[in-house]
Design a protein around this ligand. Structure first.
Ligand SMILES: NC(=O)c1ccc[n+]([C@@H]2O[C@H](COP(=O)([O-])OP(=O)(O)OC[C@H]3O[C@@H](n4cnc5c(N)ncnc54)[C@H](O)[C@@H]3O)[C@@H](O)[C@H]2O)c1
Length: 440
C-alpha cells in the first residue's frame, strides 16, 4: 500500500520505517530540511536502537522516500499525521502543527478524486479528530475518512514496540477506514488480534488515560519515597513488599528524580487544561503534574541540604552522570536533569556532565554554562560530588575506588536508586538516593 507519514520525529520516523519494512511504499514528509537531508544520506537524526539499519534496508529496497515536498503524498491512500503537539504556555496542547499539517494535506488531496484515509498518530486533546475533520472538509473534496490511531511506543524500545505492540487502537466511524487500517496493521498483529475499534474521541482519551495512569504510578511511588525518608525507612524494601502483589506489579513503580520526556509532562498538563475547560472536577489528574515538578527538584534540594554544613553549594563542582530523560534515547525534552542542573547552577555550583547519547541535545539547552566530558570518569576530575540522573547501563557498575579517589567529598546522589547503599557506606561514601538516605 502507498502510505504517507507527515512528521519524521520519534513517532513518524519509526512508523514510516516500520510500514516500509513490511513492504509498503512510504513517503515521509518533514518541514525540517536538515532532517530530510540527513535521512537521505542514510543517517538517522535521533538515537533509537535498531532504527538506523531498518531505514537503510528500506532505502536499499526503495520502499521509503524522505522529502520536504508535501505534493509527493498525492498517490498515497493513507496519510498518517505524526507532528509534534507541544505544551503551550498555558499547559494546553499547542495544535498549530496539527492544524497546519491538516490544511496542507487537505490541499494536496483536493487535487485528486481518490478516497483517502487520514490517520492521526499525534497525542491530542479529546475532540481534535473533529477539528481535523473540519479542516479537511473545508479545504478538500470531502472524499476521505478520518481515524484516530494514538501511538504507544516507548523511546529506546520504539522499534520493538511498533513491531509488536500490546494493542492497536483505531478510533473511527468509517467501515472502509477500519478495513484499510486492519490491512496495514496485520503484519504487526500476527500472534493475536490487537486491533481495538472505538470512536475517535475514545481513542484520543485512551492515550491520555494510559499516560495519566503511568505518570500517576511514578508520582505515587515518588511521594511514598518522601514518606519513607520521613519515617527512616527505605523505599526499596517497601517497594518489594508492595509490588510483589500481582494486582500492583513492578512496572513503572520505580522511585526516581521524576518523569520527563516529550509525552507525560505535556500530555498530563494538556489533559488537565481540557478537563478544566469542560468544568469537569478532578482531584488526582489535576495534581500529578504538580507532584512530579516537586520530585524533579527534590534531589537538588537534598544536595543543597547535604552541602549546607560543608561550606555550602556555591563553588562546589557536581559531576552529573546521565542527562536524557531515560536511557536508550538522546531525548532531553523535560528531562529531570534540566531541573537539577538549573537548580545547582542557580545556587552557584559548577557542573561537569557525561551522557552516552544526550550531550549534543544538552549543548542546545545549556551551551557553555556546563562542562561536557567524554567519559564518566573525566566528569569526576575536580568534582566534589557525584549525581546520577539517568540509569544508563554504563553507570551501573562503576569503579567506586576511582570515584572515591576523584571526589573531594565522598558522596553519591543516586537519582535512580541503582547503587547498593550499604556497599557504598562500607566503601566510605555517604549515599542519598530517592526515598533512602544512608549517611555514615
Ligand atoms: N516521542 C514519543 O515517544 C511519543 C510516543 C507516543 C506519542 N507521541 C506523540 O506523537 C507526536 C509526535 O511526537 P515526536 O516525539 O515524534 O515529535 P518530534 O518533535 O520528534 O517530531 C515531529 C516532527 O514533525 C515535523 N513537522 C511539524 N509540522 C510539520 C508539517 N506541517 N509537515 C511536516 N512535518 C512537520 C517536525 O519538523 C518534526 O520533525 C506528539 O504528539 C507526541 O506526543 C510521542
Amino acid at each position: 500500500m502507498k502510505i504517507a507519514v507527515i512528521g519524521t520525529g520519534y513517532v513518524g520516523l519509526v512508523a514510516g520505517t516500520m510500514f516500509a519494512k513490511v513492504g509498503n511504499n512510504v513517503v515521509c514528509v518533514d518541514k525540517d530540511q536538515d532532517k530530510i537531508n540527513l535521512l537521505n544520506q542514510g543517517k538517522v537524526p535521533i538515537y533509537e536502537p535498531g532504527l538506523n539499519q531498518i531505514v537503510l534496508d528500506a532505502q536499499d529496497d526503495k520502499l521509503i522516500e524522505f522529502t520536504t515536498d508535501i505534493n509527493k503524498i498525492k498517490d498515497c491512500k493513507v496519510i498518517f499525521l505524526a507532528v509534534g503537539t507541544p505544551s503551550a504556555e498555558t499547559g494546553e496542547f499547542n495544535l498549530e502543527f496539527i492544524k497546519t499539517a491538516a490544511k496542507e494535506v487537505a490541499q494536496v488531496i483536493s487535487e485528486t478524486s481518490d478516497f483517502k484515509v487520514i490517520v492521526n498518530k499525534s497525542t491530542v486533546p479529546p475532540g481534535t479528530m473533529e477539528l481535523i475533520k473540519k479542516i479537511l472538509n473545508e479545504n478538500s473534496n470531502k472524499n476521505f475518512a478520518v481515524v484516530s490511531n494514538p501511538e504507544f511506543l516507548k523511546e529506546g524500545k520504539a522499534v520493538d514496540d511498533f513491531e509488536s505492540p500490546d494493542r492497536i487502537v483505531i478510533g473511527t466511524e468509517s467501515e472502509e477506514a477500519k478495513e484499510i487500517l486492519s490491512q496495514i496493521y496485520e503484519p504487526f498483529s500476527l500472534k493475536r488480534k490487537k486491533l481495538i475499534f472505538m470512536k475517535p474521541v475514545e481513542a484520543e482519551l485512551t492515550k491520555l488515560f494510559a499516560n495519566t495512569f503511568l505518570a500517576n504510578k511514578v508520582a505515587l511511588i515518588n511521594e511514598f519515597a518522601k514518606i519513607c525518608v520521613g519515617f527512616d525507612a527505605d523505599i526499596m524494601n517497601v517497594r518489594n513488599g508492595v509490588c510483589s502483589d500481582r494486582r500492583i506489579g513492578w512496572e513503572f513503580m520505580y522511585p526516581s528524580v521524576g518523569y520527563g520526556g516529550s509525552c507525560f509532562p505535556k500530555d498530563i498538563r494538556g489533559l488537565v487544561h481540557s478537563v478544566n475547560q469542560k468544568n469537569i472536577n478532578t482531584r488526582i489528574v489535576s495534581s500529578i503534574d504538580t507532584s512530579n515538578r516537586e520530585h524533579k527538584s527534590h534531589l537538588a534540594e537534598e544536595i543543597k541540604n547535604y552541602l549546607a554544613d560543608k561550606g555550602g553549594i556555591t563553588g562546589k563542582t557536581a559531576a552529573i552522570w546521565g542527562l536524557t530523560f531515560k536511557p536508550r534515547t538522546d531525548d532531553m525534552r523535560e528531562s529531570a536533569a534540566i531541573d537539577v542542573i538549573n537548580f545547582l547552577l542557580a545556587n552557584g555550583a559548577k557542573i561537569k556532565v557525561n551522557d552516552p547519547k544526550g550531550m549534543e541535545n544538552a549543548k542546545k539547552i545549556f551551551g557553555e554554562k556546563i562542562q561536557y566530558c567524554e567519559s564518566k570518569y573525566d566528569a569526576l576530575k575536580d568534582a566534589d560530588i557525584l549525581v546520577l540522573l539517568t540509569e544508563w547501563s554504563v553507570y551501573r557498575s562503576p569503579d567506586f575506588e576511582e570515584i572515591k579517589n576523584n571526589l573531594k567529598l565522598p558522596v553519591i546522589f543516586d537519582g535512580r536508586n541503582i547503587f547498593d547503599p550499604d556497599r557504598l557506606n562500607n566503601l566510605g561514601f555517604d549515599y542519598i538516593g530517592i526515598g533512602r538516605k544512608y549517611l555514615r
